[in-house]
Design a protein around this ligand. Structure first.
Ligand code: DGT
Ligand code: MG
Length: 604
């Protein structure tokens, strides 16, 4: 069975419906024939089982008493063998089909979820806990898989077994038939009650499971902080508290199950006893043969079994539905429309930018930018300087449209930024993030990450040289093929920043944004990078965010920001002439440097 074509690029958006069962039905699209096959196989298997009991009746009634035998005994024996083979073979086939299909559906769901999460906007990721997402993509997806492997096919199995065996008993003896199903309504009613209660309990359990995953994930990510502050004990206790809660909710869930099963067992047991009693009385009164009674004894179990399992199925389905609902909450989120926009310039941008009274507010916060107005021509260097939290990162994040401004407008080459498709902008804009992230892949793979094609080694090295990281890379055990992270080298903060700069340079963007990108490198390396960048910044509009005046002295325009506003603007020469924050910072920094130099001189 090939499923590959069905599992990639498959849109599952339509599974978001108010009724989760409808959603699950839609999830099965493309796999329904497999389910039909699985159900039909079950039907064959169940029929073979039922026929075995009918054959048993024939055997007991004809071969235990003297008289002529309808067929030779070996034929009867062969009948038993053939029926057993059919029963087992088709049961196996059905199990295999449904398990494979469930895996196929789940694989498609996993791929879709991953794809979908990649496309959710920045803001979604900022407000959603990673652990929560991980838990939904693993444990909840697995519960959905179980639904498709067991419960979806279970419905067919139960209906088939029930109908086939009920009809068989009815044909043996109508009275026995009706007696064997008197508890059905009771079992269904208890199951329905438990369904609701188990749903709630399971939902609470999964929620707590997500809390625990988040705790674990944050703890692993933040392991340095934990160690540095020697807070292990606190973290262990916090984990235990969350774990205790999960235990409590798990116990509650188990208690529900342990109430339900004995209750339905008693019902079903009573049913069987009554059936046997009535049947035995009928044999004594000579109303049915011993063969019929034996066949009935066998068949009735296969009516009771589906009834019991109907309860189990209903209860288990509730867990599948809860998990599916949790997965749906992710699917329901709107993707960031990457290709929406009516302007797609052919070729590259020039890189002229005009900010007109731009204001910005995060969905869940106060105003971060207010009345930002400035412009720059293609190829110019704009520097942003300002205290921490003054909105510098937020401002540059508007350019690739990670967020759209909430007031005013930004014009890029004379056209409103919101008219450009995000994908195009992000191709044209290179951003070296404040806290760059490198993947656990080789250094070369990290550097070429943004270009999505095979890059000749010379180009990679040129980018690395420009970012002043080449010399460090060649000292690593495998050079450019050294793995970053756990299995390879651990890079320092400055090295990471420089790999990130190389990665962005290789992308050759029209607009370059360096968010505090040289904060973790020493003054000397910074000068080296600045020199290399000087050449690279030619012909491209560049935004530099920095704290050292030295890094931005040559900028064409320096914007000094405070509390989301531009408080000073101009070139370095203009700004040092003015009273204000800029001159204060400049004076402090030059004084410190002078003192440092003096100390170094004294020391030598
Ligand atoms: P830095 O990097 O420490 O020098 O500071 P900036 O200037 O880059 O500050 P920025 O733009 O990261 O943050 C400006 C303000 O916006 C600050 O008060 C924190 C707030 N902020 C940043 N990101 C978010 C966010 O995702 N949601 C909300 N609600 N507020 C945010
Ligand atoms: Mg920042």
């Amino acid at each position: 069975m090939t499923v590959s074509a069905k599992v990639l690029n498959y849109d599952l958006k339509n599974v978001v419906t108010p009724n989760r069962l409808t959603g699950l039905w839609r999830m099965m699209s493309g796999f329904r024939w497999h389910y039909l096959g699985a159900t039909l196989s079950l039907g064959v298997s169940a029929t073979a089982k039922t026929l075995t009991y009918i054959l048993l009746r024939f055997f007991v009634d004809n071969y235990f008493t003297p008289g002529p035998k309808p067929v030779p005994l070996p034929v009867v024996a062969l009948g038993f063998i053939v029926l057993a083979a059919f029963e087992g073979g088709f049961s196996f086939l059905s199990g295999r089909l449904s398990a494979q299909t469930a895996e196929g559906i789940t694989r498609r769901l996993r791929n879709y979820l991953f794809d979908h999460i990649q496309h959710l906007p920045f803001s979604y990721h900022r407000k959603t806990q990673t652990g929560e997402l991980i838990q939904r993509c693993t444990s909840d997806v697995d519960a959905v898989r179980r639904f498709f492997a067991d419960q979806a096919i279970g419905v067919g199995r139960i209906i088939l077994l029930f109908v086939i065996n009920f009809v068989a008993i009815l044909r043996l003896n109508a009275t026995l038939g009706w007696i064997s199903i008197v508890v059905v309504p009771l079992v269904v009613a208890t199951s329905a009650i438990f369904f609701r209660r188990v749903s709630k309990a399971y939902e609470a359990f999964q929620e707590q499971d997500a809390v625990l995953t988040t705790t674990l994930q944050e703890n692993l990510t933040g392991v340095r902080v934990v160690k540095a502050f020697a807070r292990q004990q606190y973290e262990i206790e916090k984990f235990e508290r969350d774990n205790q809660e999960k235990f409590k909710r798990g116990k509650h869930l188990v208690r529900m199950h342990s109430l339900f099963w004995p209750a339905s067992d008693i019902l079903c047991g009573a049913q069987i006893l009554v059936g046997y009693y009535v049947g035995a009385m009928m044999v004594i009164r000579d109303e049915i043969t011993i063969g019929t009674f034996l066949a009935y004894m066998g068949l009735v179990v296969w009516i009771i079994w589906p009834m019991r399992n109907l309860g189990r199925l209903i209860v288990q389905t509730s867990t599948g539905l809860v998990s599916f609902g949790r997965v749906l909450e992710i699917i329901r989120q709107d993707r960031e429309p990457l290709d929406e926009g009516d302007v797609i310039p052919d070729g590259n941008l020039r890189g002229e930018l005009v900010f007109e009274h731009v204001g910005f507010q995060y969905e869940d916060g106060g105003k971060v930018l207010e009345d930002i107005t400035f412009s720059c021509s293609p190829g110019q260097v704009v520097a942003l300087l300002g205290s921490t939290g003054s909105g510098k990162t937020t401002l540059v994040n508007l350019l690739p449209r990670f967020y759209d401004c909430t007031e005013g407008r930004i014009l890029l080459d004379g056209i409103d930024l919101r008219r450009y498709p995000r994908r195009y902008l992000r191709k044209q804009i290179g951003i070296v993030e404040q806290e760059p992230f490198l993947f656990s892949r080789t250094i070369a793979e990290n550097i070429t990450y943004g270009v999505g094609r095979d890059v000749p080694q010379e180009e990679i090295e040129a980018a690395a040289k420009a970012a002043a990281i080449h010399d460090s890379i060649i000292t690593f055990p495998n050079g450019y093929h050294t793995l970053v992270g756990e299995k390879g080298v651990t890079l320092s903060g400055g090295q990471k920043q420089r790999v990130a700069i190389a990665r962005t340079l290789l992308k050759n963007p029209r607009i370059l944004i360096l968010d505090d990108s040289t904060s973790s490198v020493d003054t000397e390396t910074e000068a080296e990078i600045r020199e290399a960048l000087q050449r690279l910044m030619e012909n491209r509009t560049t935004f530099i965010i920095a704290h050292r005046i030295q890094s931005i002295m040559d900028a064409d325009l320096i914007l000094v920001m405070d509390k989301g506003r531009i408080v000073q603007r101009g070139t370095h020469a203009e700004l040092v002439e003015q009273e204000g924050i800029y001159r204060q910072i400049y004076e402090i920094q030059t004084r410190i440097e002078a003192e440092l130099e003096k100390e170094i001189e004294n020391a030598s």
